[in-house]
Design a protein around this ligand. Sequence first.
Ligand SMILES: [Zn+2]
Length: 443
Amino acid sequence: MADNALIRLGYWMHAARLYRDLLTAAQLSPSALAQLRRRRLAATVRHAYATVPYYRHLFDRAGMKPGDVRSEEDLAGLPITSKEVLRQLPREEIVSSAVPLERFRGYTTSGSTGVPFTHYKTMDDRLRHLMTVYRVMVLLGLRWTDRLVSIGEIFYARGTPVQRLGLLQTEVLHPLEPFERQIELLRAFRPTVLVIHPSAARALGLALLERNIILPPVRLVFTTSELLDRPTADLIGHVFGTAPRSVYGMSEVGRLGWQCRPGGLHHLSDDFVIAEVVQGEKRVPDGETGELVITNLIYRDMPYIRYRTGDLVRKVPRACTCTHSFGQIELIGGRVSELLVLPDGTVRPPLFITSHIHQIPGIVQYQLRQEHVETVTIQVVTGVGYDEGAGDRLRREVEAILPGVRVVIERVLEIPRTPGGKHRYVIVSPEVRARIPTLPALS
Ligand SMILES: [Zn+2]
């Protein structure tokens, strides 16, 4: 018993230290931040080389030693790692041998391409993850007295010493719970902060409008896991009383960035993320669009060095007045795996299309499928306000964005969501994806 209490105490002290370090990093000058990154990068590659067989192998193959990585530029000597590669390796190859295997817990995500990927975290890395989650919210105005509801993400802390003091009360709900439960919880718990996936917020928002239910406004809304488009942001602002801020991240690598202003650019967690933008294997100059590749500088037990995120981004000059020194990126509108391909070989990011569809009345749910390059099928679940005119408008607007592609609309009763409750708006078949071997320029 006493042992358990001690372990728990050690755990919370560790969390408090991590949290303090993250907040301190948000006060560093640009040069101090650069120094911290260099120090952390050196420690990350040293540790990965010494204890993770996969990374040791990558270094050896590239003829490099950890000491060769003295700056972020030097990282480019190592190959890029992806989910697809890690997925095929046994756990002991990709996690640190400094920790007994039984201390790792596996987390499986369905991934944007629908192929599951299991990543592993120790309690230590889980704490690091959780503290990065809170750091973003604190920078954006979270207070100890706030009451938080998360619809979608389940890892928020509950039953902690903080909450036993009555602070930061938190409720968590799965987005596949019926709307009645979601609405009941929001009414009874009266959150001041809501964390929700954009697709879940859209579905819940439409359900509230249809039922003529007005909820008390919340103070802060954060969306996670999926890109937030303008019409969904407007809907959230309308039903929850505040404009949402998008928080960008992935469950395996934590909170990578966040919008400090609704609709604005995303800051990057520069204290623990090195961001590179690549096309294929090659880095592109700042300002050019490509896929984001990240190196996480604080996870120790399953490291991520030059890890493909699958997201289209562009590095942009910092343009805000926040007190911290973190830089900014622009999220271009979707994932590489969800790019729709035109017969002439050019591509369109999914958000170009979904933000149009979200303005058409009566479309409750939808999914675009591109099985062949000539045709896109849009399945729609329709509700109040949908008529033939709306269907025509949908077809016309999507055909205008995808010249040369025939758009077929299919009304269906339901579109299944992923087990995690996310919605896949766009599914592009491997055959179509194979037409763009490296990321092409966007037109
Ligand atoms: Zn800012």
